[in-house]
Design a protein. Structure first.
Length: 269
């Protein structure tokens, strides 16, 4: 009997997670499938209940449910508890356990860029579930973090250095890393950017946009136009997905197969 996992979020139509997970299942000969689970907030408990009943064998969780979903789980992994957000649900012995593999994915992808952020100023745009994972990693790596968000009160819970998103014009010019954790610029709204067009980005910054669709967001284009390096969320998506895959199946996934499937799914557009 085919086992099913999927992505809980609202919206989820833009996601390419099914392509990379299903390619990995096929490569390993596993009778599993990954599907999209579009879930408005008032249906969140019911969809989580499908995991509890065995109808689903686990799930990923994305915007905007990474914090709200914690209320419907039996146990939260210590790292996810520290982050304050869950992006992976795993059923074990009749209990639902919440994990955060975003931290694994972001850290691995960030380290691959080679940027040195220890004791350096770094900026995070947004204060949601993804921002929590990013701040957790940046703090672990010794960065000095300032968060820019529409909800300053929410941002101040994550960092004592919290500013309104409209204040990015006053960003520290020595900032080495800017991470966009907001959905601004996500397909189909590809002309949008969280960074004002009239404001120059810091001259030494690496721009890391967690979005993965489109592959080159408007924010990334702004950075490249200034001669800055910019990366998207593909690496983070694959690495966090690989960590979730192993939690569900107990099997080490073929990361290169997942990356190739992601690239191919993007080129199909």
């Amino acid at each position: 009997m085919t086992r099913t996992v999927g992505l809980i979020g609202w919206p989820v139509e833009h996601s390419r997670s099914p392509a990379m997970h299903n390619a990995a299942f096929e490569a390993l000969g596993l009778d599993w499938r990954y599907t999209l689970l579009p879930t408005p907030l008032d249906q969140l408990e019911a969809v989580v209940g499908r995991i509890r009943s065995g109808d689903l064998s686990g799930a990923n969780v994305t915007i905007p449910h990474k914090q709200a979903v914690m209320a419907f789980l039996d146990e939260i992994d210590p790292a996810a508890q520290a982050v304050g957000a869950v992006n992976t649900i795993v059923p074990r012995d009749g209990r639902l356990i919440g994990f955060n593999t975003d931290t694994v994915g972001f850290k691995r992808s960030l380290l691959e860029t080679g940027v040195v952020i220890k004791h350096q100023p770094c900026a995070v745009l947004g204060a949601g579930g993804s921002a929590r994972a990013v701040v957790y990693v940046l703090r672990e790596l010794g960065a000095h973090i300032t968060i820019y968000a529409r909800d300053v009160a929410k941002a101040s819970v994550l960092s004592s250095e919290a500013r309104a998103l409209s204040e990015v014009a006053h960003i520290d010019p020595a900032t080495r890393l800017i991470v966009n954790t907001t959905p601004v610029g996500l397909s189909p709204h590809v002309d949008a950017s969280p960074w004002p067009a009239e404001v120059a980005l810091p001259a030494q910054a690496l721009v890391f946009d967690l979005l993965n669709n489109p592959p080159r967001t408007r924010l990334m284009q702004q950075a490249e136009k200034q001669g800055l390096r910019a990366v998207n969320g593909w690496g983070m998506l694959v690495y966090q997905g690989a960590a979730a895959f192993k939690l569900w199946t107990g099997v080490e996934p073929p990361v290169e197969v997942m990356m190739t499937a992601l690239r191919e799914s993007m080129s199909d557009e």
